[in-house]
Write a protein that binds this ligand. Structure first.
Ligand SMILES: NC(=O)c1ccc[n+]([C@@H]2O[C@H](COP(=O)([O-])OP(=O)(O)OC[C@H]3O[C@@H](n4cnc5c(N)ncnc54)[C@H](OP(=O)(O)O)[C@@H]3O)[C@@H](O)[C@H]2O)c1
Length: 290
């Protein structure tokens, strides 16, 4: 099987490529190979590759910047994915497309995990652009997979953002600076190694459609930071704050916990808890090759 992976150098892409190699020949692709901002170039590039499977880890991921630079967010996440999905359908490739918990958030009273049947209701331009990602991936490449995940951290760090939340927490704490972290956004930070494993399992099972792929349990970002420091033996000056105090340009969901019951039904079990995943990450980062 020929497997094309766009965004192969991103944090999820780097964890996925070696695992996908168990299924076939992996062709890692970067923006230089296929630029999702250039729809005219997508179909010819996909036609030249003729993959059996196309895994798209590339996205416009700058949640705050998208509030002003929304045209680029929509160019990449809406139109780029639309053209990619059509190109995959034309060559008979199965598309695996990633999305986000930020397609939710409009319901301020939500307190139970979202299922795949809940209608998206995003509250940011990034979330809206990824809602369109999902619509086009599912309608134009209907035999593919759309995988919603959340708060990714992996040893390779986010290509676009440089690093990840865990590394930011450890770096700032190491500098002896105080940390103020939001305690009114509840979700499930997820380890890219676990998301990558589950993605491969879903492909192996022949699954199609929309799935939530996150670690188990949930926490606020403040609780996640506290757990990072507890497990690292650090005692920084950590203060919970509200989203209003943090005052980021983009609104985030107060609650965007995703149910993984559907995933567990197909691959046999849910992913391990976010606490166990974090523990594994903290070990892996120590052994990361330079
Ligand atoms: N990070 C999170 O917390 C999070 C949470 C939920 C869902 N997700 C979703 O999970 C997926 C993977 O995220 P990630 O954290 O692994 O992302 P990442 O590390 O930031 O990597 C994103 C990749 O997208 C590529 N890219 C950006 N614009 C492109 C374009 N116009 N054409 C082609 N490639 C382009 C980047 O390449 P360059 O480096 O060349 O720009 C980079 O390799 C995305 O769909 C994202 O929306 C992420």
């Amino acid at each position: 099987m020929k497997i094309a992976v766009l965004g192969a150098a991103g944090q999820l892409g780097r964890d996925l490529c070696p695992r996908l190699a168990a299924l076939g020949d992996v062709i890692p692709l970067s923006r230089a190979d296929i630029d999702l901002e250039r729809p005219d170039a997508i179909a010819p590039a996909v036609a030249a590759l003729r993959p059996d499977l196309f895994v798209n880890c590339a996205a416009y991921n700058f949640v705050d910047k998208a509030e002003t630079d929304w045209s680029t967010a929509f160019k990449v996440n809406e139109f780029g994915v639309q053209f990619l999905a059509i190109a995959c359908r034309e060559v008979g490739a199965k598309l695996v497309q990633f999305s986000t918990d930020y397609v939710f958030g409009a319901d301020p009273n939500r307190a139970t995990p979202y299922s795949e049947d809940d209608p998206p209701a995003p509250i940011s331009y990034y979330g809206k652009s990824k809602d369109w990602t999902e619509r086009f991936a599912s309608t134009q490449a209907p035999n593919g997979l759309v995988l919603r995940t959340c708060g990714l951290y992996g040893v390779w760090g986010s290509g676009g953002k440089g690093g990840n939340f865990v590394e930011t927490m450890l770096r700032v704490a190491g500098q002896g600076k105080p940390l103020r972290v939001v305690s009114d956004q509840r979700c499930t930070p997820s380890y890219t190694a676990d998301v990558a494993e589950a993605t491969v399992r879903l492909i192996q099972c022949g699954a199609t459609g929309l799935f939530h792929v996150v670690n188990s349990g949930d926490c606020t970002w403040y609780e996640f930071a506290a757990e990072i420091f507890r497990r690292s033996g650090l005692k920084p000056d950590l203060t919970p704050i509200t989203s209003a105090e943090y005052n980021a340009p983009a609104r985030r969901p107060a609650y965007s916990v995703l149910s993984t019951a559907k995933l567990a039904g197909v691959i046999g079990s849910p992913l391990r808890s976010w606490q166990d995943a974090l523990a594994a990450y903290l070990v892996e980062r120590q052994n990361k090759p330079a």
